[in-house]
Design a protein around this ligand. Structure first.
Ligand code: AMP
Length: 549
């Protein structure tokens, strides 16, 4: 695409911008009509920032880089081609199944500019799982990175819509599309079908509107960091999930989005000095990997701004290790696909508030409500519980999903009177801090008493010889369930034994909570987002017990 230099109008102002040839003329005709601009359509916010900072880097990836003007021009072109050449119409679903790459954001924003619904899909899924998602939402088309496109042949009999691989002529054709005409749009239009990670059963497609994503983005600016063109977001986690969601907020403010193919610790540590004002989203298992890199703690972190972590429990001992090695840059978020990344958060200043008598407790919590978000801890009937009592967490805000894609049964259970039932158990303290206890399905009931695995995991992880652990409930004839701990030993540490770990638990938690069995394993099963699959552990354990009986 030829770079040109054109003038375009945004409302009353006239701005000069470098854009691909031909597009500026079109913009002169169309974007001078503010009445047809949909203010909540995220792609038009991108257009506004592209007008302001056309030459700033928008995407810096291993396979290509784009300035904001180039990104905006690609978005116009791809959107036009999807509508005109591929005959998609407003509301159609477009799959985006890509290993992290330079093409992700152009395609995401193009879907929005065309009035379509994007369906980002985790690249690590099996082709059959990708096909299942595409079929579930009856996607008309899917844009894939070459590796995913090649894997389609592994499931020839599965459902596949039209597929466009980013290394093929078809994709080049998208980039040459006639710029899409400006489209009307409503804030409630579906923007992103967010398929849950499916730790139990089939994933469900949470429908996230433009309003919901904009709310999450504003909450990021309010609670985590204000963003500007001098900032950098390093994307090493899958863009189909949290990293992509946070990327939206960085694109809308003109920041540089540095995209890595995967989570390579050396590369990430280097980015903390080679870029300015670096923010990164990482699941706790990724943070732990970073901390276990011997270079961590000795590297230059002068460019590091924020490590936003969440999506699974971050154990207090790991967090303290992180603060010691990388400094006070941590922000914890608690959210879920159904309320994208935005229910509660533990601010950076609370990570640094070491003199507070409740400091440790707070580090183990998921913090306070995000700006504009309400949450409550309720009993099974929805009645609010007093501080200290454990119940299910429900939340209400403009962030929550419109519902699951074509799944009225799941919707009725998940959204009641406007409150989203998260399936997470937790309790608030007198200061309003929320502590997660576990997913309701991971809670152990032994002898009629509720036991929350996280509490035991926190204690075990204080042992320097333990790298990772997961506690589950196993069926027990007398007690209903008994507590079992799966433990992965730290490489090079002295061999662990059960009596030593038992003593550690006896020293820290009530007797009845301590594991009755320890299983020493090489690794823990995790899904593609790095979450430990307790369902699989329970099944594995049941199999082993049956085989041994
Ligand atoms: P997902 O929809 O895949 O993002 O998963 C959301 C789930 O991850 C939540 O319902 C919680 O069970 C868990 N989760 C999210 N954030 C946290 C956090 N900060 N600490 C512990 N668990 C979390």
């Amino acid at each position: 695409m030829r770079a040109g230099h054109g003038r375009m109008r945004w409302g009353a102002s006239t701005i000069t911008a470098s854009l691909a040839g031909g597009i500026s003329q079109w913009q002169d005709q169309h974007l001078s009509q503010p009445s047809i601009v949909a203010p909540m359509n995220l792609s038009y916010i991108l257009h506004a920032i592209a007008c302001a900072v056309p030459d700033r880097p928008a995407i810096t990836a291993y396979n290509g880089s784009l300035t904001y003007a180039q990104l905006d021009a690609q978005v116009f072109a791809i959107a036009g081609a999807l509508l005109e050449r591929h005959n998609l119409t407003q509301g159609d679903r477009v799959g985006i199944a890509m290993t992290n790459c330079a093409e992700f954001f152009p395609c995401l924003f193009a879907a929005w500019r065309a009035g379509l619904t994007a369906v980002p899909i985790n690249a690590k899924l099996h082709p059959r799982e990708i096909s299942w998602i595409l079929e579930n939402c009856s996607a008309s088309l899917c844009i894939m990175s070459p590796d995913i496109a090649a894997s389609v042949s592994e499931a020839p009999d599965a459902f596949w819509p039209e597929i466009i691989s980013t290394d093929g002529a078809e994709y080049q054709g998208l980039l040459k599309g006639e710029p899409a005409a400006n489209r009307p749009g409503e804030p409630g239009d579906p923007a992103w079908l967010f398929y849950t990670s499916g730790t139990t059963g089939r994933p469900k497609g949470a429908v996230l509107s433009h309003r919901s994503l904009l709310f999450a983005t504003h909450a990021y600016y309010a609670d985590i960091d204000a963003i500007g063109p001098e900032d950098t977001m390093v994307h090493a986690a899958p863009l189909s999930h949290g990293a992509g969601l946070y990327g939206v907020g960085h694109v809308l403010k003109g920041a540089n989005n540095v995209i890595y193919k995967g989570f390579e610790t050396g590369q990430i540590l280097e980015s903390f000095s080679s870029y300015r004002n670096v923010s990164i989203f990482a699941a706790p298992t990724m943070v732990t990997r970073l901390l276990n890199d011997p270079r961590c703690g000795n590297c230059d972190t002068s460019g590091l701004r924020t490590i936003a972590y969440g999506g699974a429990p971050m154990y207090v001992s790991d967090l303290k290790d992180g603060i010691a090695k990388l400094g006070q840059h941590f922000y914890q978020l608690y959210g879920q696909g159904e309320s994208p990344m935005t229910i509660s958060g533990l601010d950076k200043f609370l990570h640094a508030d070491t003199n507070n008598p409740r400091y440790e407790e707070r580090l183990g919590s998921v913090g306070l409500p995000r700006t504009g978000v309400a949450f409550r801890v309720v009993d099974a009937h929805g009645a609010e519980l007093p501080p200290g009592e454990i119940g299910e967490i429900v939340t209400k805000s403009d962030c929550i999903m419109s519902g699951y894609w074509e799944n009225p049964e799941a919707n009725a259970a998940a959204i009641r009177d406007g409150w989203l039932w998260t399936g997470d158990m937790g309790a608030v303290d007198e200061d309003g801090f929320l502590t997660l206890k576990d997913r309701s399905k991971d809670m152990i009931i032994s002898g009629g008493t509720n036991i929350y695995p996280r509490e035991i995991e926190e204690v075990l992880l204080t042992h320097s010889g333990i790298l990772e652990c997961a506690v589950i409930g196993a069926p027990h004839a007398d007690w209903g369930e008994e507590v079992v701990a799966f433990v992965v030993q730290q490489e090079g540490a002295a061999a662990l034994d059960a009596p030593e770990l038992d003593q550690l638990c006896l020293d820290n938690i009530a007797r009845f909570k301590r594991p009755k069995r320890y299983e020493f394993v090489d690794s823990l099963p995790k899904n593609n987002y790095g979450k430990i699959l307790k369902t699989e552990l329970r099944e594995r354990d049941a199999g082993n017990q049956a085989a041994g009986a």
